[in-house]
Design a protein around this ligand. Structure first.
Ligand code: GLN
Length: 276
């Protein structure tokens, strides 16, 4: 009987482990480990087997290959950043509807992670400049790397800082976006293993009730937003109304709560009205 091919071995092991889409995943592993497959070197085979071993420990494939597609670009990812989710693309789509093409705009992303939101916006708005803040230096490094890979580094900067200590001049941004940590602490243990073990806890943990970061943001974001400017916040399932309440209490006006592709309220949009 002929020896099993590397591809068959990968597929069989992925099937046995109950990984969904085993054929697709086997092909992605081969594409990254052994680009000339079925021709392979022993090193390439070892690389494919190592990738398989990580996948069988339920590490997400994006983290293993180090790259994830989001909106219109690819972003480098690793264990220090939250993997971009398709759910977050609604934030980018809604933001673009509010950002005129021709104006030079200042954008701020709080909790920038991979940079997927900020960099997707900068790629679409050539006159805009962006600032990304993250508490994690390792995350800010990845965001900066992604900016360089997309040729956007001249229009953005990344700052490592706790939001509380980020001292921006008043009314300095036209738009502020954020996908903060929002999982209630007690629910973290219930998250899917691929998220719980491989996305950084600091990007998930939203405090006791999941709203800690929104309260923190609400304390200073309205001050650094220009009159007429917008803030777009990602929200977890069932959280949008309360998030809207936290921000309207500061005087911002609720513009819209937008749903993601699964029909879940995912994006809270608020505006700082121009004083009459
Ligand atoms: N959407 C992520 C998840 O479902 C959580 C991201 C966040 O806390 N901002 O795991």
């Amino acid at each position: 009987m002929a020896e099993k091919s590397l591809r068959e071995t990968l597929i069989n092991e992925l099937v046995e482990a109950g990984i969904p889409s085993p054929r697709l995943e086997a092909d992605i592993i081969l594409k990254h480990a052994a680009p000339s497959y079925p021709e392979t070197t022993p090193d390439e085979e070892k690389k494919a087997e190592e990738m398989l071993r990580r996948r069988l420990c339920r590490e997400p494939l994006d983290k293993i290959i180090g790259c994830r597609e989001f909106y219109k670009s690819y972003f480098k990812v690793n264990q220090n950043v939250l993997t971009p989710r398709p759910d977050t693309e609604i934030l980018v789509e809604k933001a673009l509807l509010l950002l005129p093409e021709e104006n030079s705009l200042q954008l701020l992303d709080l909790g920038v992670g991979t940079g997927c939101i900020l960099l997707s916006l900068l790629a679409e708005r050539k006159m805009a400049c962006g600032t990304g803040v993250d508490i994690s230096a390792a995350a800010a490094d990845i965001a900066a790397e992604n900016a360089r890979a997309l040729g956007l580094e001249s229009r953005c900067r990344f700052i490592v800082n706790d939001w509380n200590k980020t001292d921006f001049p008043p009314e300095s941004f036209d738009m502020i976006v954020s996908n903060p940590p929002y999982i209630p602490r007690a629910e973290i243990a219930l998250l899917d293993r691929e998220v719980r073990e491989y996305d950084p806890l600091i990007a998930l943990d939203g405090g006791e009730d999941g709203f800690a970061c929104y309260r923190q943001l609400a304390a200073f974001v309205p001050l650094i937003l220009k009159p007429g400017g917008y803030i777009l916040l990602e929200s977890g399932a069932g959280q949008a109304e309360q998030i809207a309440g936290i921000f309207t209490a500061t005087g911002l006006a609720l513009v819209e709560i937008a749903k993601d592709l699964a029909g879940i309220n995912r994006c809270v949009i608020l505006k700082k009205e121009v004083a009459k």
